[in-house]
Ligand binder design. Structure first.
Ligand SMILES: [Fe+2]
Ligand SMILES: [Fe+2]
Length: 158
């Protein structure tokens, strides 16, 4: 497999897995909201599985010769952001509201990773692509988190 492509996929897997681990931390820190975090945690593990398993051949076909660097930057920045948050929550108290805000930022970054220019070209090639599936999944997460924030009065509908 193309080395740059493998690097890109590995980056996406790392983002999914690091996100899963921050949700697991939230699950333990905010036990009264465990079902909410458990749900997101399981989903992220599943996304990582999509990227590592059977879908791999599909990804190879769909990502031919494109400039992967801009998306790699975004992946790296997202990873740095999540890891920074993990360090932060180990030292500071976490409220459900602050955890939701962090989660929302992570999910929005993930949507951006999978919807950037490069990935958009892919979508034109095959609407049932793995990228499509990932975008849809992360968008559902954004909505889920926003709905919870609205429900608890942390976010106002404009
Ligand atoms: Fe995900
Ligand atoms: Fe997600």
């Amino acid at each position: 497999m193309d080395q740059e492509l493998q690097h890109f996929i590995n980056g996406c897997i790392a983002v999914e897995e690091t996100t899963a681990s921050i949700y697991k931390i939230f699950m333990n820190l905010i036990p009264e909201e465990r079902p909410f975090w458990l749900d997101l945690y399981k989903d992220e593990l599943e996304h990582s599985f999509w990227l590592t398993s059977g879908s791999r051949s599909e990804v190879i076909e769909l990502l031919p010769s494109m400039k992967l660097l801009p998306s790699m930057d975004h992946i790296t920045n997202t990873l740095v952001f999540i890891e920074g948050k993990i360090t932060q929550i180990k030292k500071n108290p976490v409220t459900f509201e602050s955890a939701l805000r962090t989660a929302l930022e992570i999910e929005e970054s993930m949507v951006e990773i999978f919807t950037n220019e490069i990935t958009a070209n892919l979508l034109a090639t095959d609407h049932k692509s793995l990228n499509d599936k990932l975008i849809a999944a992360e968008r559902i997460h954004v909505t889920k988190i926003e709905d919870m924030m609205i429900c608890r009065g942390f976010l106002q509908l404009s």
